[in-house]
Design a protein around this ligand. Structure first.
Ligand code: ATP
Ligand code: MN
Length: 463
C-alpha cells in the first residue's frame, strides 16, 4: 500500500483504490452507527474525510483518541463521497494513532482564531487553514523565483550574512559580536574596542547582498541572491520585519530600462506560477482574506506596469484631491501613503517610479547627466506600496568616489567595490524584492508577521 499525499488523492484518487495517509486530525463527528474524521497532511487546504465503521478493530478506543490535533495513519479503500464538498473519501480498515492531543488543552479547536492569537501559538499555527495556505503559496513563490532566474541563465550566488560593511545605508544594523558583554574591552577613548572582537573589527548582519552580488555579476553577468537580510529598524508596522528574505538580481551590460523590464516580467511570472500551483489556496484568500486577490493577480499578469518619473509623481501627488499626512515636495522621499495613492487609487496597477532626487538615494545609484537625479526605480504595488527597489549602478570610478565621500563614508573601506570600477567596469543594474512583501501582496494578508513562519520584530523573537 503506497503512502500518498492527500492533495494527490483528492485530485486523482479512484474508487476501490487502497491508500494509506498520514496526518493530523482536524475534526471528528460521531454518529449513531459510525463516525467521520477529517485528516490533513498540509498538502492541501481540503482535508480528506475518513469513515470509521464499528467493525474497525478497537473502534471505541480509537474514536476516543481521534481528537483534533492527534497524529494518525489511516489505511483503507477510497469510495465516492455522497456528501457535498468532496469527490472521494476513505473507508478506514485500519487506524493508528501516533500521538493524542488532549481536547481540554489543545489550543487549536475548530473555530476561527484571530491572527493575533495565532501569533502567540507560533508553534501550532501552521496547522490552520490560513497559515497552511500562506506557507504553500510562499513555497510555490520561492520555487517560481528560482525557476524564473534559472530559465534565464542567472546564477544563484550566496552572499554573506555577516558583513563588515556598515555603509549600505539601508536602515539600522544589528551588530554581530562574540565579546563578553559583562566586561567589554575599551579603547583609550572609552569606546567599545571592536579590534578585540571576533573579526577584529565591528561586524553586522547584512541588510542587503547587493554589493557582493555586484562582484559576482562582474564575472557571471547575470546573478541573483535569495536569502535572509536583517534590519534593526524600530518600525512596528504591518510591512516591516527585523529579519526578512530578499531577492536581488544583478545584471552586467544592463541599464535601468532593462532592469525595469526584468522586474515587470518577474512579478508577472510569479503571479502566474502561483495561480497555477496553488489555485485552491488563492481562491481561499480571495474568499476569506481579501476579495481583490484574484483580480489583483489578473491585473498584474495582464497589464503593462505604469512607468513615471519621480518628478511626474510629485506633480500628480500635488494635484491629488486629498490631504496627505506627510508633505509632498520635490526632494522629499515618497511615503507609503503617497506610494499607495499612486498605485492603488490613481493608476490602479503597479507603478514604476524612476529618477529620484540624488539627495534621498544611496551612493551606488547612477548619477544622471542633470546631476539632480539618480537612475533609481521603485515598483509600487496597490495596498503594499514599495515592493521592489532597484537602480542602475554607478559604473564610473571618479563619480562613485565623490558620491561615497559626500555620504561621509571613507572610500578606502570600499576599496574592493571601487576595484570593480577600475578593472573591466561596465554598466549594470539590479533590484531588491522583499519576499514577504510579495507574499503579502499575493495573498492579501494584512500583516507581514503572518506570511513568515517565525516573525522577528521589535520585542518579539519567540519560537
Ligand atoms: P521601506 O521604505 O518600505 O522601509 P526600503 O526603502 O527600506 O523600504 P530597500 O532598502 O529598497 O527598502 O529594500 C528592498 C526591498 O526590501 C523593499 O522594496 C521592500 O520590499 C523590502 N523591505 C525593506 N525593508 C523591509 C523590512 N523591514 N521588512 C520586510 N521587507 C522589507
Ligand atoms: Mn526601510
Amino acid at each position: 500500500m503506497v503512502n500518498r499525499r492527500i492533495v494527490e488523492i483528492l485530485r486523482t484518487g479512484q474508487p476501490d483504490e487502497s491508500v494509506t495517509i498520514k496526518g493530523w486530525v482536524r475534526t471528528k463527528r460521531e454518529l449513531k452507527d459510525f463516525a467521520f474524521t477529517e485528516v490533513n497532511d498540509g498538502s492541501s487546504m481540503v482535508s480528506l474525510q475518513v469513515i470509521l465503521n464499528p467493525d474497525l478493530p478497537d473502534y471505541e478506543n480509537t474514536l476516543k483518541q481521534l481528537n483534533t490535533g492527534a497524529s494518525v495513519e489511516v489505511s483503507g479503500v477510497l469510495v465516492p463521497s455522497p456528501g457535498k464538498g468532496q469527490r472521494i473519501e476513505i473507508k478506514a480498515s485500519q487506524v493508528k494513532v501516533y500521538g493524542e492531543a488532549n481536547p481540554e488543552a489543545y489550543p487549536l479547536q475548530k473555530k476561527r482564531h484571530s491572527f493575533e492569537f495565532l501569533r502567540t501559538i507560533g508553534h501550532l499555527r501552521a496547522r490552520t487553514n490560513t497559515m497552511g495556505a500562506v506557507f504553500r503559496v510562499r513555497n510555490a513563490c520561492a520555487s517560481a523565483i528560482h525557476e524564473f532566474f534559472q530559465e534565464r541563465g542567472f546564477l544563484w550566488v550566496h552572499t554573506p550574512i555577516i558583513t563588515a560593511n556598515d555603509c549600505e545605508g539601508a536602515g539600522e544594523l544589528f551588530t554581530v559580536s562574540s565579546l563578553n558583554f559583562q566586561n567589554l574591552p575599551k579603547t583609550e577613548a572609552g569606546e567599545c574596542d571592536y579590534s578585540r572582537d571576533f573579526f577584529g573589527k565591528r561586524a553586522y548582519l547584512t541588510v542587503s547582498g547587493q554589493l557582493q552580488a555586484e562582484v559576482m555579476a562582474m564575472a557571471f553577468r547575470d546573478v541573483y541572491t535569495f536569502g535572509p537580510t536583517f534590519r534593526a529598524e524600530n518600525s512596528n508596522t504591518s510591512r516591516h520585519l527585523a529579519e526578512f528574505w530578499m531577492v536581488e538580481p544583478e545584471m552586467a551590460f544592463c541599464d535601468l530600462s532593462g532592469d525595469m523590464d526584468l522586474a515587470e516580467q518577474f512579478l508577472k511570472h510569479l503571479f502566474k506560477s502561483v495561480l497555477e500551483q496553488c489555485p485552491e489556496d488563492m481562491e481561499f484568500f480571495n474568499k476569506r482574506i481579501d476579495d481583490s486577490v484574484l483580480s489583483t493577480a489578473e491585473n498584474i499578469i495582464n497589464n503593462q506596469f505604469e512607468r513615471i518619473t519621480y518628478t511626474e509623481a510629485i506633480a500628480l501627488l500635488e494635484k491629488a484631491d486629498r490631504q496627505f499626512e506627510y508633505p509632498v515636495s520635490w526632494g522629499l522621499d515618497l511615503q507609503s501613503e503617497h506610494e499607495r495613492y499612486l498605485a492603488e487609487e490613481l493608476f490602479k496597477k503597479p507603478v514604476i517610479v524612476t529618477d529620484y532626487p540624488v539627495g534621498i538615494k544611496a551612493f551606488y545609484m547612477r548619477l544622471s547627466d542633470d546631476e539632480q537625479t539618480v537612475r533609481a526605480m521603485d515598483v509600487l504595488a496597490p495596498k503594499i506600496g514599495e515592493i521592489i527597489g532597484g537602480s542602475q549602478r554607478e559604473e564610473r570610478l571618479d563619480i562613485l568616489e565623490k558620491r561615497i565621500q559626500s555620504q561621509g563614508v571613507n572610500p578606502e573601506e570600499l576599496w574592493w567595490y571601487l576595484d570593480l570600477r577600475r578593472y573591466g567596469t561596465v554598466e549594470h543594474a539590479g533590484f531588491g524584492l522583499g519576499f514577504e512583501r510579495l507574499v503579502q501582496f499575493m495573498t492579501g494578508m494584512g500583516n507581514i508577521r503572518d506570511v513568515i513562519p517565525f516573525p522577528r520584530t521589535p520585542l518579539s523573537a519567540d519560537f
